[in-house]
Write a protein of this length. Structure first.
Length: 168
């Protein structure tokens, strides 16, 4: 699982670097600065990993609830990605390393919803930048999301210790 995490991080950093360099070459320094800011937020993930903060409860009389900072981090990275994906086509493909983050940070039901929304958003953003929706723009991200999801779930299953049968 550690190797997979490193591969995802290297992929994300590589895609971010290529997108930022492309923006600098196109004299779009403000978009490149946004990419650099997203890289900093992405790199801050370890600081958010297992920490929680108390937040007011939504219902009266419930006191406070707990929010994992990893969820806040994922929201910030997703929002940054969305802004940059609309601003410039090279940032669209950062969605795929983010899929692993969804599958790692969120419960399975929320991760599946997030993967679906993120993949759909990537398809729409890519089509918008291309000026049309083509079969490769539709099928490619869908297949990639399926492969990422199956790979992450398989790695998670392999890293989970097998349950021992209880003796009576």
């Amino acid at each position: 699982m550690r190797l997979l995490r490193w591969a995802v991080h290297v992929t994300a950093c590589g895609l971010l670097a290529m997108a930022v360099i492309t923006m600098l070459r196109e004299d779009r320094a403000e978009v490149a600065a946004g990419g650099a800011l997203l890289a900093l937020v992405y790199a801050a993930a370890p600081a958010f990993r297992r920490q929680t903060v108390a937040v007011p409860a939504f219902r009266r009389g419930e006191g406070t609830g707990q929010v994992r900072l990893a969820h806040v981090w994922l929201g910030l990275v997703t929002a940054g990605w969305a802004v940059l994906a609309v601003a410039a086509a090279p940032f669209v493909w950062l969605a795929f390393p983010l899929l692993f983050a969804y599958l790692r940070v969120l419960p399975l039901w929320a991760a599946m919803f997030g993967v679906t929304v993120l993949t759909s958003s990537a398809i729409l953003a890519a089509a918008w930048h291309a000026g049309e929706l083509t079969v490769p723009l539709l099928v490619g991200p869908g297949v990639a999301a399926l492969v990422v999801t199956l790979l992450a779930l398989a790695c998670e299953a392999m890293s989970t210790p097998p349950e021992r049968p209880q003796e009576s």
